[in-house]
Design a protein around this ligand. Structure first.
Ligand SMILES: Nc1nc2c(ncn2[C@@H]2O[C@H](COP(=O)(O)OP(=O)(O)OP(=O)(O)O)[C@@H](O)[C@H]2O)c(=O)[nH]1
Ligand SMILES: [Mg+2]
Length: 493
């Protein structure tokens, strides 16, 4: 996804770090060796005239260079050049000129009014003076490549950005502060120490020197084993509470949501041909081959033409009060809190324009579109006209499409594209298998009856465990692995 460019840190990147649209403030971020050159071309301190074609040289280079001496970035009020005609806008500069920055390379932020054309002009100016547009997550990737943070902390950056509740926010902040990487690094370093002793013993096998007696080896390995087991249990908790996420079934009344809910979870939701049967929401745990999440069945809703939820079946509008409004409110709340929205579409029903808009809106927010009651259609018949792509074609009565749906949900959680709860839980999903392998390997080493006679075997187990730990924190990584993690970030982070 990044191509090789992102793995070199010797060029200069630029991106907007704030969302587009009108706002009081926008932030443009620059990072790399040519940041100073870019700034000299596009920025000058506030004591300049602030417009017109004035001399850009002396004063701002002094101001920029005076910052090299300070540890903390100073806010420098100034002007940024919008184009070659010399038009300027007021903006503040924050500048970290050396390796004491977050990315361990020169870093700058230009804070200006949040106006899209203005921001675009500044980004363009930066590109004209040696920067290139950054890819998603590339600033955080540079912080990782520069050794400022490890992989679990990089994932925590995303966790903080995407946190939907105070609890997720706290969890992500703790991970960012090293709550997970510290114990992982400790275990890895303790194993490296033992490996050094075991390998020294192998190198000097013919000499009468004991580097590590059996009892000490067992005790030290045993302590590490216990720590790894404890951490594994903690990571398991992170994954199950608050779970990998919430999968919410939504759709029109009678779309087959409750039937799908029952088919996936073995639940007991009321199914009936009467539209409007479900009036509250129901939750049940859903195990996606090891990834635990929560499945939620909601009351059927109709939609406005703009694709927003209505909540009251059109044919019952005259009854719309009390319980219907409650049903609407609960469905909307569940819909908004979903990690993954699953829009259920009855293949036997007419596909109206408002439904198609709803499909578009679901797709736009990363949700799935699932056809229901497919057993009702002859096998040869095509998908409803107007639908280009669906994620699964299911029948709760025959079980068709259930495996496809489960696999699609699982991969959404695995690749972290499920928003919200999945972010830091994605670290848990990534690390759990590795840590289990560490525990198993150390268990094998501890079970060796006469350690001093089998130091080679013990060294193999320890080396393998060290590799697994290295992958978790990013001491050992592949470009594929980094692509998977950093491609989930948006541009500018
Ligand atoms: N043939 C067939 N019928 C289905 C299937 N799924 C659901 N149905 C029928 O469709 C009707 C509505 O199903 P429900 O699961 O209650 O629909 P719902 O979306 O929960 O409906 P509300 O709760 O009213 O919004 C019931 O009569 C089901 O038996 C299916 O896969 N095949
Ligand atoms: Mg129902």
């Amino acid at each position: 996804m990044f191509g090789n460019k992102a793995y070199s840190t010797d060029d200069t990147i630029v991106a907007t770090a704030t969302p587009s649209g009108p706002a009081a403030r926008a932030v443009i971020r620059l990072c790399g060796p040519r940041v100073r050159d870019c700034l000299l071309q596009i920025w000058r301190p506030a004591d300049g005239a602030g417009g017109g074609e004035t001399d850009w040289s002396a004063s701002q280079s002094l101001a920029i260079d005076s910052l090299s001496a300070v540890v903390r970035p100073t806010r420098l009020p100034g002007w940024a050049k919008l184009d070659d005609c010399g038009r300027c806008i007021p903006c503040d500069l924050y500048y970290w000129p050396d390796s004491r920055s977050f990315t361990r390379s020169p870093l700058a932020e230009i804070h200006c009014l949040g106006s899209d054309p203005l921001v675009a002009a500044l980004v363009q100016q930066s590109c004209q003076h040696g920067a290139r547009l950054a890819g998603g997550g590339e600033f955080t990737l540079r912080a990782f490549l520069g050794g400022r943070i490890d992989l679990t902390q990089a994932e925590a950056v995303l966790g903080v950005i995407q946190a939907k509740s105070e609890r997720e926010f706290d969890c992500a902040l703790k991970q960012l502060a090293g709550g997970l990487s510290e114990p992982l690094h400790e275990i890895r370093h303790a194993l490296l120490d033992i490996l050094a002793d075991v390998e020294a013993g192998l190198d000097f096998a013919d000499e009468d020197i004991t580097f590590l007696d059996d009892e000490t080896l067992r005790r030290r390995l045993g302590e590490i084993y216990e720590n790894a087991e404890r951490l594994l249990a903690e990571i398991g908790n992170r994954q199950t509470v608050p779970l990998a996420g919430r999968v919410v079934l939504v759709g029109k009344p009678n779309a087959g949501k409750s039937s799908l809910f029952n088919a996936l979870t073995g639940g007991q939701a009321l199914e009936s041909p009467q539209p409007g049967t479900t009036r509250d929401y129901l939750c049940a745990p859903l195990d996606l081959d090891g990834i635990q999440c929560e499945l939620i069945d909601t009351a059927g809703v109709d939609f406005h033409d703009d694709g927003t939820l209505d909540g009251i079946p059109k044919n019952q509008k005259h009854l719309a009060k009390g319980i219907d409004n409650e049903a609407h409110a609960t469905t909307t709340a569940q819909w908004e809190q979903a990690s993954i929205q699953v829009f259920c579409l009855d293949v036997t029903a007419d596909l109206s324009s408002d439904t198609l808009k709803m499909v578009e809106s679901v797709r736009h927010s990363g949700g799935l579109v699932v056809l229901t009651k497919c057993d009702q259609l002859p096998e040869s018949s095509a998908k409803p006209a107007g639908l280009t792509q669906v994620d699964a074609e299911t029948s709760s009565h025959t079980g068709a499409g259930m495996e496809t749906l489960r696999k699609t949900l699982r991969s959404r959680f695995e690749d972290g594209s499920a928003a919200g709860d999945g972010a830091v839980a994605s670290t848990a999903i990534r690390c759990q298998e590795n840590l289990q392998s560490v525990v198993n390997g150390l268990g094998e080493a501890l079970n060796i009856a006469d350690p001093s006679l089998h130091h080679e075997l013990i060294a193999v187990e320890i080396r393998t465990a060290i590799d697994f730990l290295g992958q978790m924190v990013g001491a050992v990584y592949t470009e594929d692995m980094l692509d998977r993690i950093f491609s989930r970030f948006c541009i500018g982070k």
